[in-house]
Design a protein around this ligand. Structure first.
Ligand code: SF4
Ligand code: SF4
Ligand code: FES
Length: 234
């Protein structure tokens, strides 16, 4: 994954460059992210702006750089504008099917994939999803790994998935690869790995009432007492 842009380190520099936003040319300061360039030029971006840190996936955008025919996808809060760049923010929501499932009620999570997302096995290997992913995930390979039951590998491969949805509209087999991967990752974590021992022990302690008195004491404390209790002891 590419290094994240930290908004606080970006200063609007004096050099002005020309970019095209949704087909119209604008002059903007060099050094802005795409998202800030949109705000700078008066575009109201409400849907499409979230964390500004490259994590929430709300700001999916498509762009082309000067003299490059290829369309590329990115996260607009992470991509700096370039002179001659043309871009738009993908405000669209793709009405993909998100299956509802209860992992506790599933007897065989790997087989259940074919009931929950039967289209996953129809992948035609076109690789468009991988090409569309701004996070550099090998999405096509992830779909195949899910179909072949390697849920652990899927969960590792999709660790950086921000659910931007860019892989959905390009799929010629009507698969929503991100949701297939999310199911495989959830099933792996919830059903196919041993529960973490320390966490299990602590939950048992809480249920047995080990911390009840301490908890009641904390709840009865004033704000000042809580602040004082939070100070490191000298
Ligand atoms: S896998 Fe799909 S939803 Fe996840 S980051 Fe890549 S394009 Fe976005
Ligand atoms: S876009 Fe769809 S059909 Fe093409 S490789 Fe990805 S999942 Fe398979
Ligand atoms: S606004 Fe959250 S990833 Fe860009």
């Amino acid at each position: 994954m590419t290094e994240r842009v930290h908004e606080s380190t970006i200063g609007a520099q004096s050099r002005m460059i020309t970019v095209e936003i949704m087909g119209r040319p604008y002059s903007v300061p060099d050094g802005l992210t795409m998202l800030r360039a949109m705000w700078y030029t008066g575009h109201e971006v409400v849907r499409g702006a979230g964390c500004l840190g490259g994590f929430c996936g709300a700001c999916a955008a498509t762009y082309r750089t000067k003299d490059d025919v290829r369309l590329r996808n990115t996260l607009a809060c992470q991509m700096l504008v370039e002179d001659g760049m043309s871009f738009f923010l993908n405000f669209s929501y793709y009405p993909n099917r998100k299956s509802i499932y209860d992992l506790d009620q599933i007897s065989d999570p790997k087989q259940e994939l074919f009931k929950i997302y039967p289209e996953a096995s129809l992948c035609r290997n076109c690789n468009a999803c991988t090409e569309a992913c701004p996070q550099g995930i090998d999405v096509r390979d992830g779909v195949w790994k899910a179909v072949f039951g390697d849920f652990q590998k899927v969960s590792e491969m999709f660790m950086d998935c921000v659910m931007c949805g860019q892989c959905i509209p390009v799929c010629i087999a009507d698969i929503a690869p991100n949701h297939v991967a999310l199911y495989a990752s959830r099933a792996h974590g919830a059903r196919l790995t041993a529960p973490p021992q320390n966490l299990t022990r602590r939950v048992d302690e809480i249920r047995s009432g080990k911390y009840t008195d301490e908890w009641k004491k904390i709840l009865s404390m004033s704000e000042e007492e809580l602040k004082a209790a939070g100070q490191p002891s000298k």
